[in-house]
Design a protein. Structure first.
Ligand code: PGA
Length: 253
């Protein structure tokens, strides 16, 4: 069944020490305040993964994820990190296809499809990001644009693989801007993503897949977004950098 997931994307923020403190705060507060059926994921800079995973190890609510990984198994790829490396730190998730990776590192749908397959083959859960620019939305092409991203990167997975993927819908115009999609805009896209999984796979596969919303989610707007029938959680950037804000979002579920 669809898991409730609140994932924090720290992006390129926090020194090791700051990251360790943040992770400890989240683990401690979550133990008392976050409902048992809400899963928290801390997606930290790669260099912090091992240290943060050793802090979250004792928690049954908090897991760790990377923000990216290579589509190659291993080899001469200076500066990259492999799926095996991510896994060996104790992390269990990996964000793939974040719009900042697509934009600044020219990641393509085909390359992301390879990354998703490799992550799944290693037992990592991909948090696959999709979402349109403002221009695409204003032209009325947002649904077809996102559908194309899913088709090109995910829809050649087997049903068994597909149901292990987590999808994050992150409209680019809402990321880090303070502008959030309205509940209707979020629900429309989440439903269309789920419908497209139903038509390419089946209702039972679609019923397994969590679809998270990302883009300026914060304590003040989380409750109404998370109340939408096809929203199964959030991918939180800015508001995940403060333990209190991150936990308040999880509590509003
Ligand atoms: P934001 O980032 O919450 O700061 O808008 C979300 C994301 O990029 O995952």
């Amino acid at each position: 069944m669809r898991k409730k997931i609140i994932a924090g994307n720290w992006k390129m923020n926090k020194t090791l020490e700051e990251g360790q403190s943040l992770a400890s705060e989240v683990v401690n507060i979550a133990a008392d305040e976050v409902a048992a059926d809400v899963n928290l994921v801390l997606c930290t800079p790669a260099i912090h993964l091992g240290a943060v995973a050793s802090i979250t190890k004792s928690s049954d609510k908090v897991s760790v994820g990377a923000q990216n990984m290579s589509e190659h198994e291993s080899g001469a790829y200076t500066g990259d990190i492999s799926a095996d490396m991510v896994l060996s730190t104790g992390a269990s998730y990996v964000i793939l296809g974040h719009s900042e990776r697509r934009e600044y590192h020219n990641e393509t749908n085909a390359q992301l499809g390879d990354k998703v397959k490799l992550a799944l083959s290693k037992g990592l859960t991909p948090l696959f990001c999709c979402g349109e620019t403002l221009e695409t939305r204003e032209a009325g092409n947002h649904v077809s644009f996102v559908n194309e991203q899913l088709k090109d990167s995910l829809f050649d997975l087997s049903a068994e693989e597909m149901q292990k993927v987590v999808i994050a819908y992150e409209p680019i115009w809402a990321i880090g801007t303070g502008v959030t999609a309205s509940t209707d805009q979020a629900q429309e896209m989440h439903k269309s993503i789920r419908d497209s999984i139903v038509s390419n796979y089946s209702q039972s596969v679609a019923d397994e897949i969590s679809i998270l919303y990302g883009g300026s989610m914060k304590p003040a707007n989380a409750q109404e977004l998370l109340a939408q029938p096809d929203v199964d959680g959030g991918l939180i950037g800015g508001a995940s950098l403060k333990s209190r804000d991150f936990i308040e979002i999880a509590k509003s579920y």
